[in-house]
Ligand binder design. Structure first.
Ligand code: SAM
Length: 388
């Protein structure tokens, strides 16, 4: 069809929903008649949405587009504490499915005009009488705008079963409101040419329905008594989140090792001169080996046995590394998460991580617990909690 708008009308409809979501922050959203999943693809970037679902009659269309909803590399590399699950279902909006109750927002963008007129009532019953969401956004063409499309005769699309005037849409919407306890605001996208806005209205008319009785859905929420699940799950993906302990552990361990190695390197550089002095003294006294570096309470290096390990207190790591502090939230949580990780070696009290000072290719040290420093590594930090 001739394109009258820039950005396209399609983009403007999705912009409208994305903007609504940004302002109203729904957590559970269903897009009915999601088609090519374009709106879902944009909504997944809204951090507050935890469950994002698309429903369409056309399963082949969903299968073709579903991979576009998969997490991006950045979602794996830099996960956040946001939680998001995206699902696609094949099914008809004229059927009730018990999994779709209690949502914050249901969108139906350019769907209803594809329904046969006798399917409109079941659709209305399903959405407003059964799903009973907090908000419903419905868009549909405004037929009064059609004369402005050059060469258009009939409907805008061959699959449209009807196209309503503003009066027809508004009268249907107001009936829905009085039957199901909603109020509606009318708006639209796709401005008519200057001077004709009032006479013609928006190219796409939109109704934003708000549920009036907030507790109406209460007893029904999560009530699957009917065991009615006619929709078929086509795709489901859970985005990586730091709320998942395995993911949090992976990120924490790599951050911790990075910080600890950095501290070790800085300290070693600073203390080279001092060590040389200490070693010289020890050599005089013992005639023996150089010392092992050990920081007992985050500040003072101590020398022990073989010069092979550095012990870095968790408390110090959290103090020096804000990201580690933010991720772990408390010292005990940090310890709990890293203690069994095979990349992490800890002292006996689990108050410090132990790093090797050997360069690659050097001989491996003996068993750490035999080196005698573990007892000396106790740090008074058991009740220490970090406030983020
Ligand atoms: N909402 C999408 C968007 O904004 O890009 C596209 C809507 S497309 C014009 C209409 C969609 O409604 C089609 O993908 C079609 O398969 C779907 N559809 C038609 N009848 C349906 C029904 N009874 N239940 C679910 N989806 C239906």
């Amino acid at each position: 069809m001739y394109q009258l708008f820039k950005p396209s009308l399609h983009a403007q409809r999705h912009d409208f929903v994305v903007d609504f979501v940004r302002r109203n922050k729904p957590k559970k959203v269903v897009d009915l008649g999601c088609g090519e999943c374009g709106l879902l693809g944009r909504l997944r970037f809204n951090h507050q949405i935890a469950l994002l679902i698309g429903v369409d009659l056309n399963g082949a269309k969903l299968r073709k587009k579903m991979h576009g909803l998969a997490p991006l590399s950045a979602d794996y590399l830099q996960p956040t504490f946001d939680q998001l699950c995206v699902q696609l279902y094949q099914g008809s909006v004229t059927q009730k499915d018990a999994r779709f109750r209690g949502f914050d927002l249901v969108t139906s963008i350019e769907l209803i005009e594809h329904l046969r007129l006798d399917d409109l009532e079941p659709f209305t019953n399903v959405v407003f009488g059964y799903m009973v969401p907090q908000t419903v956004i419905i868009s549909t063409p405004n037929s009064e705008f059609n004369p402005l499309f050059p060469g258009l005769s009939g409907f805008r699309h061959s699959d449209h079963k009807f196209e309503w005037t503003r009066m027809e849409f508004q009268s249907w919407a107001l009936n829905v409101c009085s039957e199901f306890g909603y109020m509606v605001e009318f708006t639209g996208v796709g401005q008519a040419p200057p001077g004709q806005e009032q006479r013609i209205g928006f190219c796409t008319q939109i109704g934003v329905f708000h549920r009036l009785m907030v507790d109406r859905v209460g007893p029904m929420f999560g009530d699957n008594a009917e065991n009615n699940y006619p929709y078929t799950l086509v795709y489901s993906v859970t985005y990586p989140s730091l709320c998942d302990d395995n993911i949090l552990r992976r990120i924490l361990v790599s951050e911790l090792l990075f910080c600890a190695e950095k501290l070790k390197k800085e300290w070693l550089e600073k203390l080279t001169d001092k060590l040389e002095e200490v070693n010289a003294v020890e050599k005089d006294e013992t005639g023996g080996e150089c010392g092992e570096i050990f920081w007992s309470n985050c500040q003072e290096p101590q020398c022990h046995n073989l010069h092979r390990h550095v012990s870095v207190a968790l408390q110090l790591l959290c103090t020096c590394c804000p990201k580690l502090r933010e991720l772990s939230r408390s010292l005990s949580n940090l310890r709990r998460l890293i203690v069994d990780d095979p990349q992490i070696k800890m002292n006996r009290e689990r108050s410090a991580v132990i790093l090797c000072c050997l360069e690659q290719g050097d001989e491996e040290p003996n068993d750490l617990t035999d080196s005698g420093y573990a007892e000396r590594s106790h740090v008074e930090e058991e009740n220490w909690e970090i406030t983020c």
